[in-house]
Ligand binder design. Sequence first.
Ligand code: S3P
Length: 444
Amino acid sequence: MVLTLHKPDTATVSPCGKLTGTLAVPGDKSISHRVGILASVSSGISRVHGFLKSADCIGLLKAMEALGARTHLTREGDLYIHGTSGKLLQPAGPLDLGNSGTAMRLLTGFLSGFDMPVVLTGDDSLRSRPMRRIEDPLRRMGANLELMGEKGCAPIRVTGGALKAIEYEMPVASAQVKSCIMLAALRAEGTTTIIEPQPTRDHTEQIYKALGLPVTVRDQTITVEGFGPDGPVLKARAWDIPGDISSAAFWMVAAAAHRRGSVTLQNVGLNPRRTAVLDVLKRMGARIKVSPKKKHDAGEPVGEIRVSGSRLKGTVIGGAEIPNLIDEIPILAVAAALAEGETVIKDAHELRVKESDRIQTMCENLKKMGVAVEEMEDGMRISGPASVRSGGMVDSYGDHRVAMAMAVLALFSDAPLMIKHVNCIETSYPGFWDDLTRLGGHVE
Ligand code: S3P
C-alpha cells in the first residue's frame, strides 16, 4: 500500500506580543527566473548563489531541463546550471509552469525565436491570466503563437521561426511583457525598440548589461540589437542573487506596525525600480533605516533594512509608483488597515489580473476581519486603525501574497485566524512559516 501524506493547506496564525529578530529573506523571484532562462542557454556552467528554491522557480528549471539544460543543487544551496550553448531540445510534452506568470510570459518570448513547436501550460490560475498582451507584440515580430485557452489565455503553442525587430509602445506597464519582447529580440533581425508607459523593474536590462549584450536604455525606451536566428553566444558566469524585497515587505510591515517590533532584513535587493515600498512606508511614518552594501552583483544594489515599530498613518498610493510596488500592494493594504486615517490605493487595475483578483480577494478578507475597506475599480480605500477581529477564517484563493498578507494581519488580531489555502506560499517564499516563527509569531 502506498501512503501519500498531504501537507495541510490551512494555517492558524495567533496574535503575537513581540516581533523581533534578524532574517535573510530568500532570493529574488524575478531575477531567479531571468538568470534561470539565460544561464540555461549559455555555454558552460553557471554557478548561481541565492537562486530562489520556490515552486515557481523550480518549475522554471524543470522546463529548462526539458529544453536541454542540466541543473544541480549543492548541499550548501548553490545552483549549477549546465547551459546548452544556444541550442534547445524539443521537449517531450507540454511545459507545465505551475503558477508562474513570469515563467510563462518570458519563456514564450524566448521560445519565439526557436524553430520548434512547444506548448506552455500551468495551473488554473495561470490559465486564466491574460496572454494577449504578449501575443500582440510577438506576432508583430513574426512569431507563430496560438493561445489555446479561452479568451486569450494559456495553454500557449509557440512555433518559433524567423523574427524581425519591432518598435513597440507598450499599452500596459509590465516588466513581464517588456522582458518577453526583450528575449525574443535577441534572435530577431534588426534593432527592437520598446517604449514603456511607466518605468517597470529592469532586471532583464541589468542582466543583459552584465552579459555584455547590446541593450541601451534611455528614460522609458529600451533598445535591443538582435543577433538573428542563431542568437547570441552567452558565456556562463557566476551570479549572486539578492534577497527579494517583495518577500522582505511582509516583515517590514509587520515590524513597522507592531509596538514591540524590531526586525533586521539582510541582503535585500535594493534595485530602485523595486524600492517604492520603502518610500510608501516612510511616508506612513515607519521607522526604517537602509544601509546599502558597497559591493553588488550584475547591476543589482543590495543592503540591510532595519524596521522598528511606530504609529503608522494613512497615505495615497498611485500613479507611477504602482508598477514599482505592484507585488507589495496586498501587504501595504494590511499596513493601511493598521494605520491611523485613510489610505487610498489607486491606478492599480493590474491587481485584477494577478495570481488572484487581488483587489477583490484583499477587500473581502480585510472586511471579514473588521477593517473598513471600500473596493474601487482600480484599487481600494481603507480607513484605520482597525481593531482587527479574527472573524474565524479567511481564504487566500490560492494567491501566495494574499495568504502571507493575511498571516501578517493575524499577528495583530484579537484571536487566532485560520487561513485557507496556504500551500501556495511555496511558489515564492518556501521558508515563510519558519521566518514568522523565528520573529516570534506562532502558527499551527
Ligand atoms: C514580474 C513583474 C510583475 C510582477 C511579477 C513579476 C517580473 O508583473 O507582478 O510578480 O518578474 O517581471 P507585471 O510585469 O505583469 O506587472
